[in-house]
Design a protein. Structure first.
Length: 82
């Protein structure tokens, strides 16, 4: 995890994730990259804590100066919580 200043690693366990989320005074948004399902617990705990979260596929997170119809269709078809 990174807050823009520091980078931290954390165990992928419910208790560790809850403690990590509580250690920050204010979280506006959590963004994570799919890692073979390992991000699922983080997303569940964020939702449980009322923290906005988003899973971003790396290939879709990079934007170009000229968007293509293909990119627009791919983005539009994804549910907002994935």
């Amino acid at each position: 995890m990174s807050d823009g200043t520091t980078i931290r690693t954390n165990a992928n366990r419910r208790r560790a994730i809850r403690a990590l989320l509580k250690s920050y005074k204010h979280i506006d948004l959590v963004v994570c990259e799919p890692t073979g399902g390992h991000e699922g617990l983080l997303l569940k705990e964020c939702l449980r804590a009322g923290i906005a979260c988003h899973r971003v596929t790396r290939s879709r997170s990079r934007t170009s100066s000229v968007p293509t119809a293909r990119k627009a269709r791919a983005t539009r078809s994804m549910p907002p919580w994935h």
